[in-house]
Design a protein around this ligand. Structure first.
Ligand code: 8YV
Length: 339
């Protein structure tokens, strides 16, 4: 009997997804959530054919050095700045991510953060929970926030999630402007109700600015002190993309000094550690990287990752055709390079 391929699951995952994997592969699943060091990743990946990993697991040339066995790594997320695709391709390792299944859920969450930040929901809830409502007279002009409806929504980065965010703006009678590396096809612009502008116009005109860029070296601190200074003091900034796209120290200073009304942040530079200046502010709503975390979506993401691994290892109904590969060309070399 031929032994089943071996697959390492680096994060605790839904039991039904592990059971689906186990139909085809020998599963080694971690029972405890934690970040793995490069040395641990190297050791784990040396003895398996495939892996499902989280965003804190970084796969690069050093981790893959000398690895003759590994064929596929499925990232539990759409963003893959934790994967060095060049190094993976050179090592003959297929990389996969989880696009599409999370688009609408993440767009919902971007709106949730925008509304919460604009209407000061975090601070108001903390004030209520602390018992202040009952003990102090709330004034008519307390807790004044920024309107969302009828304002200008700016979107930086107009991929699938950006477009899903834009579509929702119609219900709020908003004008939508966007900035992107390239202009969207006219039909897509029409469907999104969005108009392309330069980055300076986007910064100057947006009442609510949503960041939906992938993290790349070029996008590091795409929003820093200089960009924040161009925004309206009444504006709200929302980052659901990646930490590091915003200079968190500069953002905290702008929020503290009244140069920006509020912010909603789901991602942070150096997360899970959050800049202490942000933690000290009341005009920022903070959440622990949960934009995709709805019951249905996290299950779908796990399933897509599992199906990628199963198919890449030549098993299941879609054998040889993983649904969402990032560097599919590597598969054509497997016959010669991998056992
Ligand atoms: C994370 C995300 O995957 O998909 C992405 O790129 O950032 C999220 O969906 C999720 O938070 C698990 O870490």
């Amino acid at each position: 009997m031929i032994a089943k391929p071996k697959v390492w699951v680096a994060r605790p995952l839904f039991p039904d997804v592990l059971a689906r994997l186990a139909e085809y592969v020998d599963v080694q699943a971690e029972a405890v959530e934690r970040k793995h060091s490069a040395a641990e990743l190297r050791e784990k990946l040396a003895h398996v054919d495939g892996a499902l990993i989280g965003l804190s697991d970084r796969i690069d040339a050093a981790v893959l050095e000398g690895n003759q066995r590994l064929k596929v790594v499925a990232n539990l997320g759409v963003g893959y700045n934790n994967l060095d695709l060049d190094a993976m391709s050179k090592a003959g390792v297929l990389a996969c991510n989880t696009p599409d299944v999370l688009t609408e859920t993440v767009a919902d969450y971007a709106w949730a953060l925008m509304l919460a930040a604009a209407r000061r929901m975090g601070a108001a809830e903390r004030w209520l929970r602390a018992g202040h409502w009952a003990t102090s007279r709330m004034r008519f002009d307390d807790w004044l926030g920024v309107d969302v409806h009828g304002r200008t929504l700016g979107i930086l980065g107009m991929g699938r999630i950006g477009r899903a965010i834009a579509r929702r703006a119609a219900g709020f009678d908003m004008r939508v402007i966007y900035h992107n590396r390239s202009r969207l096809p006219e039909a897509v612009e029409r469907e999104s109700g969005a108009t392309l502008v330069g980055k300076p116009e986007l910064l100057r005109q947006a009442d609510h600015l949503l960041l939906v860029l992938p993290f790349t070296v070029a996008n590091r601190h795409a929003i820093g002190a200089e960009e924040l200074a161009q925004m309206k003091p009444s504006a709200v900034l929302v980052n659901i993309a990646r930490g590091g796209i915003v200079d968190d120290a500069a953002l905290a200073a702008a929020l503290r000094d009244g140069k920006l009304a509020a912010a909603g942040l789901d991602v942070f530079e150096g997360e899970p550690v959050v800049h202490p200046d942000l933690l000290a502010l009341d005009n920022v709503v903070l959440s622990p990287h949960i934009a995709s975390a709805s019951e249905d979506t996290r299950r779908s993401m796990a399933r897509v990752a599992a199906e990628n691994v199963i198919a890449a290892l030549g098993c299941g109904e879609a054998a040889g055709k993983p649904p969402t590969p990032l560097n599919p060309a590597v598969m054509s070399h497997w016959a010669t390079r991998k056992a």
